[in-house]
Design a protein around this ligand. Structure first.
Ligand code: B12
Ligand code: SF4
Length: 533
């Protein structure tokens, strides 16, 4: 409880209101004796920078810590520019993955007083202690002092402060700092480990070596507390949850033993590692309780080699078969467009192969050049051209020109609306009948874009009507079959009112139906779930 104004404000702009800032809560939990002088203030990127700056200034902090990520760097730069003009005396400390690499190249770093690179759990408190004691900051134009944060010498605190990897046994866990409102209304993140042992060159986590585990006993005690407080959905952010089999099994057993209807657990997994001891416990979870995010990224072994990603495709296929046929896990699999050496044909073959493995969702991601990642070593050979604006997506490369990349970008967006949304579970496969799913969906995507001229703000009923028009007009499919399938999807999604264009095919009394029963699960996953029944 703070009486008066806090000396320290920890703030960030989340991607959306619904995402709670996990990293900030770690920093807050580890402020030690400074904690009573600090508050956490969360915003989202849809708020105006001026309003955010005003809200921050109203708290009159001496130190403001800002979490900077790829999704908020543009907006946070604006906030920082305003703050530095209006109240230059407030010490601005940046941190987060976006400013942890290539800080010298960034406007936001130039404007701020300090940037702590890496995991700031303990280092932020150290820097605050030093600044509150009156240690000066390195001024613009000066070179960074030799002494690190916390130095008693009074030497200026360096502008860029690298954080040593903190030891988990010294870090306080942050879970008590999720409020009851967070637990009720927002996505709550948790973690059992940090770091990844793999080296995929497009990924920032490939730089997070070694893997470090949160001590299991306090972690499970914290999870129990969250369950007792009523949290139903746990999103684990571990890069590879199935790395340490004994730990992942213990965590899964823990949740299974306490499972209640509506509980939902999300994990990121590597696809080629699911031995019997894990399979056994996974198979015991009820429908919809588990979601696995499974990065496949590419099915082209040569591309895999280019980006230093090792993957055993046979084991991957076997694990997908197991997950789809012997468990009730919701699978969200990722593929990336634009990797060095991936042609449109090889991407198409990979997409079709993944469709055959039957995950409920396929995220078609566009390659990004994340700051600090070694993917840049391919720039010259593969003519990789990325957007200079976050999220730094690829615009073209030697094998895929700009116009084709744009088509694939639209493919990804429409696929998300149609293939992934759960609104067209039965209808989507009609779009390809016996042909290549990739080729057919690309044709649909091109056709849809010609009709709409945009990929966002499309009302669901309008989208459904266009799907129907494509199936019956362009593909000459049997209208009655299309109507039945679409209607089934419509009701599966829990919708009562039947859209106008379907009504004319139906007898009056069967048009509207009671919506499907509520499951308490996230909406998209719940829609896919009925595929199990
Ligand atoms: C949750 C999450 C999201 C959420 C957003 C969450 C939110 N709050 O709004 C969603 C799902 C929306 C998301 C989206 C994306 N994400 Co994301 N996401 C994550 C994820 C899985 C967890 C973040 C987390 O809580 N980590 C755990 C905490 C403890 O670590 P941390 O946040 O890094 O915080 C530590 C340090 O960074 C630092 N720190 C943080 N804040 C501060 C502040 C100060 C003052 C200081 C000193 C230090 C400091 O100290 C903290 C404690 O050690 C990470 C991967 C991961 N496991 O970290 C990726 C990650 C952050 N995302 C990433 C990317 C690339 C994306 C996307 C572009 C991916 C995509 N496919 O489109 C999109 C962007 C969306 C957009 N609108 O543009 C990259 C980040 C790149 C970057 N430079 O920021 C990451 C690292 C994944 C990766 N391995 O490549 N993401
Ligand atoms: S893509 Fe996955 S496996 Fe590869 S480095 Fe990143 S987190 Fe690790």
């Amino acid at each position: 409880m703070i009486l008066g104004m806090p000396d320290i404000v920890l703030a960030t702009l989340n991607a959306k209101f619904i995402h709670a800032a996990f990293g900030l809560r770690y920093l807050f939990a580890n402020l030690g004796e400074l904690q009573p002088r600090a508050v956490v203030a969360e915003f989202d990127i849809n708020q105006r920078p001026l309003d955010i700056a005003e809200a921050l200034l109203a708290r009159q902090p001496k130190i403001l810590g800002l979490g900077v990520y790829i999704w908020n760097v543009a907006e946070t730069t604006e906030v920082v520019a305003i703050l530095k003009r209006v109240r230059p005396e407030i010490k601005l400390i940046l941190g987060g993955p976006e400013v942890s690499y290539e800080p010298e190249a960034q406007e936001i770093v130039r404007l701020a007083d300090h940037v702590i690179t890496g995991e700031g759990d303990l280092k932020f408190a150290e820097a605050c202690r030093a600044l509150l004691k009156g240690q000066p900051s390195t001024r613009l134009g000066e070179t960074d002092g030799q002494k690190g944060a916390g130095s008693e010498t009074g030497a200026p605190l360096p502008k860029v402060i690298p954080a040593e990897l903190p030891d988990f046994s010294r870090i306080a866990l942050p879970y008590d700092y999720y409020t009851d409102a967070d637990l009720a209304h927002r996505i709550v993140y948790v973690e059992a480990s940090r770091g990844c042992p793999f080296t995929c060159e497009f990924c920032l986590s490939s730089l997070d070596i070694p893997v470090r585990a949160v001590p299991l006993e306090p972690l499970l005690a914290a999870m129990q507390k969250l369950l007792d407080r009523g949290l139903k959905q746990f999103k684990f952010v571990d890069r590879t949850f199935n790395l340490n089999l004994a730990t992942s099994r213990t965590i899964l057993e823990f949740f299974l033993a306490r499972h209640q209807p509506g509980h939902f657990y999300h994990f990121e997994m590597i696809p080629d590692r699911l031995p019997a001891e894990l399979r056994e416990v996974i198979a015991r979870f009820p429908p919809g309780a588990l979601q696995f995010e499974v990065g496949v990224q590419t099915f082209n072994p040569e591309v895999g080699q280019h980006i230093s990603r090792r993957q055993n495709y046979e084991r991957l296929a076997d694990n997908f078969q197991f997950l789809r046929h012997e468990t009730r896990v919701h699978i969200h699999a990722d593929l990336i467009v634009g990797l060095p050496g991936e042609t449109i044909e090889s991407f198409a073959a990979g997409f079709d192969r993944l469709i055959a493995l039957g995950p409920q969702e396929i995220q078609v991601g566009i390659l990004k050049r994340l700051r600090g990642t070694p993917i840049v070593r391919h720039d010259a050979v593969w003519d990789m051209i990325y957007s200079p604006q976050p999220p730094y997506e690829i615009l073209q490369n030697r094998l895929i020109d700009f116009a084709t990349m744009q088509r694939l970008r639209r493919f990804a967006k429409y696929w998300d609306l149609v293939g992934n949304s759960g609104n067209f579970v039965g209808t989507t496969p009609l779009l390809w009948s016996n042909d290549s799913p990739f080729a057919c969906f690309l044709r649909f995507s091109d056709w849809l874009y010609a009709r709409l001229g945009r990929t966002d703000s499309i009302a669901l009923a309008r989208l459904a009507e266009l799907v129907f028009e494509f199936l019956t007009g362009e593909m000459k499919q049997d209208a009655r079959h299309a109507v039945e399938t679409m209607l089934h999807d419509w009701h599966r999604a829990g919708r009562r009112e039947v859209p106008e264009f379907l009504r004319e095919f139906l007898p009056v009394q069967s048009a509207d139906r009671a919506p499907a029963a509520k499951t308490g699960l996230p909406k998209r996953q719940a829609r896919h779930l009925t595929g199990f029944t």
